[in-house]
Write a protein that binds this ligand. Structure first.
Ligand code: FES
Ligand code: FES
Length: 169
């Protein structure tokens, strides 16, 4: 059956069985390899995407549940790789092997959208389902705090200085 989905703002139509998980739709049908297969049974978080802004496991989300809804993957987290989390991740060298990190970022970005200044407890609660064999948990937490602080200082900056720094008249 043909399903219409919106991936990173772009409409797509895929002709697949209704029970095909979004992880397979993304990786095998749409050839978007950023979302990772870890366990396939909802236990690791490597495959996390957003469905209408909420973090979900794409290995457990059938295409039939995603039809006509907005899907965001790691490729669509930002247009230029400059999402505050991506900047913080780079500055703090958060990833080690990197395999789990797309899922970490997608869960973290959904958290920040709901809680722009999360506490350690809110971070731990939100991130507890995202496993990392390399043990980057403390750096992930620091990265989320840093991204929250960067977003806060950006939004607190006066608009005039933003115009000046961009060379505006
Ligand atoms: S691959 Fe989906 S939770 Fe592990
Ligand atoms: S960075 Fe290696 S599994 Fe998380």
């Amino acid at each position: 059956m043909a399903y219409k989905i919106i991936v990173n703002g772009r409409p797509a139509t895929v002709d697949v069985p209704g029970d095909m998980p979004m992880l397979w739709v993304l990786r095998d049908v749409l050839k978007m390899k950023g979302t990772k297969f870890g366990c396939g049974v909802g236990q690791c978080g490597a495959c996390t995407i957003h469905l209408d802004g909420n973090a979900v496991r794409s290995c457990l989300t059938p295409i039939s549940a995603a039809a006509n809804r907005h899907i965001t993957t790691i490729e669509g987290l930002s247009e230029d790789g400059q999402h505050p989390l991506q900047v913080a991740w780079e500055e703090l060298d958060v990833p080690q092997c990197g395999y789990c990190q797309a899922g970490q970022l997608m869960t973290a970005s959904a958290l920040l959208a709901k809680h722009p200044h999360p506490t350690d407890q809110q971070i731990d609660d939100a991130m507890s389902g995202n496993l990392c064999r390399c043990g980057t948990y403390l750096r992930v937490r620091r990265g989320i705090h840093k991204a929250a602080a960067m977003s806060a200082s950006k939004s607190a900056r006066p608009k005039t200085s933003a115009r000046k720094s961009s060379g505006g008249k």
